[in-house]
Design a protein around this ligand. Structure first.
Ligand code: NAP
Ligand code: HSE
Length: 428
């Protein structure tokens, strides 16, 4: 490091990058006092230097050539807030190989390539910080890496995607359809123009992969995580859920299961009274159980330029302090690559079924027979009249292997007396 200064190259000057640049440029003296060294923003990589920006950055600081950052020996740290898998991953690897520390908000890169980058960083004696990759401004990664490190983490349950939580909330409270609620989330600036990553659960999978890997010290790749998005949820499901005492949330769930780990993302009915049931709007919440600490709930704004910049600049300050005190680097995280993820078929869950059925004698008996034959025990049942020829039948079950629940769903859908199984959701 250079004399009492940490020289920073920034990749990306969008929603997050402009807030990071703003803090570095306009609070420089305060940050210097906190870190003990001067944080100097030297270079910013963008695609289009002519684009208007939310922050005033001197034009000569902007470049479109990645080599101006990655090959500049004067830069100590590269902050990556561009997003996407490539070229971001390659840029981070090049930075580390060049002996630079990196700070990133990139969940896709950290979920898919984090262990390799951390290992490389260990070999190069530099640090990789990624607090902002999960939960925006909520201090999660540092909590797992430092404050909860003495624990054997038993379980992580999270509402970790703000867009879907906002959408589900609007469907529940205003009766909007999924499409209407997504359009509203886009107008409010929560959802991307292409909301597939959020609505399909992919964003939550990336975040769960990072948290589970750090929390369990295991290599959990996103492709190993079972995933369902919120596409199948309809406004009527919120009414039934509330009647039964639940809210509908997109849940990211990981738990120790002997020598293996359960890891899955799907919509779920969360009982009223559970802390995750009351997470509202675009907020995120992560509920952790550790063997020493017991239950911990971390909650806050999981997205947005300012909360995310809070994590990015916090990482920079932590890095600057540790480099300044010559206590850098943190031990590279250890990931056991042998830990297996429990296949979803074997996972024990409860389920909610909503079926459109013929309204005539013997229908419920036929449906219940399937549940019985699959060894699935019914916990509650509701039938509502809807018209002369059809009715809606809603069932919740006791805990069963997920494979049995899905077989039940498929068999019921094939019954002559069942028009369709309109919803199939897990119950927490
Ligand atoms: P954004 O608004 O789209 O900004 C991306 C920036 O990166 C833009 O300035 C863009 O340049 C630049 N960029 C993209 N690809 C580039 C490339 N190949 N070379 C050079 N520059 C490139 O994105 P964002 O919302 O700030 O998100 C940034 C990162 O933070 C992502 O990894 C995201 O997942 C993460 N994150 C975001 C939030 C949030 O609330 N936004 C929350 C948590 C984490 P131009 O401006 O010239 O096009
Ligand atoms: N799209 C994410 C969300 C924010 O809605 O939570 C960035 O991680």
């Amino acid at each position: 490091m250079h004399e009492a200064a940490l020289h920073v190259g920034l990749i990306g000057l969008g929603t997050v990058g402009s807030q990071v640049a703003d803090r570095l440029l306009n609070r420089r003296e305060v940050l210097r006092r906190r870190a003990g060294v001067d944080l100097v923003l030297d270079r910013v990589l963008v695609r289009d230097p002519t684009r208007p920006r939310a922050v005033a950055v001197p034009r000569e600081m902007l470049t479109t050539d990645p080599a101006d950052l990655l090959e500049d020996p004067c830069l100590d740290v590269i902050v990556e807030v561009a997003g996407g898998e490539e070229p971001a991953r390659s840029y981070l690897e090049r930075a580390i190989r060049a002996g630079k520390h990196v700070v990133t908000a990139n969940k896709v890169v950290m979920a898919r390539h984090g262990p390799e980058l951390l290992e490389l960083a260990g070999a190069m004696n530099v640090d990789v910080y990624f607090e902002a990759a999960v939960g925006g401004g909520i201090p999660l990664i540092s909590t797992f890496k430092v404050d909860l490190l003495a624990n054997d983490i038993q379980r992580i349950m999270a509402v970790i995607n703000g867009t879907t939580n906002y959408v589900l909330g609007r469907m529940a409270d205003a009766g909007l359809s999924l499409e209407e609620a997504v359009a509203e989330a886009q107008t409010a600036g929560y959802a991307e123009a292409d909301p597939t990553e959020d609505v399909g659960g992919y964003d939550a999978v990336s975040k769960l992969a990072i948290m589970a890997s750090i929390g369990f010290g295991a290599r959990i790749h996103p492709d190993q995580i079972y995933r369902e998005g919120i596409e199948g949820v309809e406004p009527v499901d919120f009414r039934y859920a509330r009647e039964l005492g639940y809210e509908v949330k997109l849940l990211a769930y990981a738990a120790r299961a002997g020598e293996r780990v359960e890891a899955r993302v799907h919509p779920v009915l969360v009982p009223h009274g559970h802390p995750l049931a009351v997470v509202e709007g675009a907020h995120n919440a992560v509920y952790v159980e550790g063997d020493l600490v017991g239950e911990v709930l971390l909650q806050g704004l999981g997205a947005g330029g300012r909360p995310t910049a809070s994590s990015v600049v916090g990482d920079l300050l932590d890095l600057a302090r540790s480099v300044h005190r010559q206590v850098q680097h943190r031990a590279a995280a250890q990931f056991d690559a042998q830990v297996q993820v429990v296949p979803m078929d074997e996972v024990g869950t409860r389920a909610y079924f909503r079926c459109r059925v013929a309204d005539r004698p013997g229908v419920l008996a036929a449906i219940c027979q399937v549940f019985g034959e699959e060894g699935v025990s019914i916990a509650s049942a509701i039938q509502k009249e809807s018209d002369d020829v059809s009715a809606e039948f809603v069932v919740t079950t006791h805990r069963s292997p997920d494979a049995a629940l899905r077989r039940t769903r498929a068999r019921i859908a094939r019954l002559d007396v069942v028009h369709s199984v309109r919803a199939f959701l897990r119950v927490l």
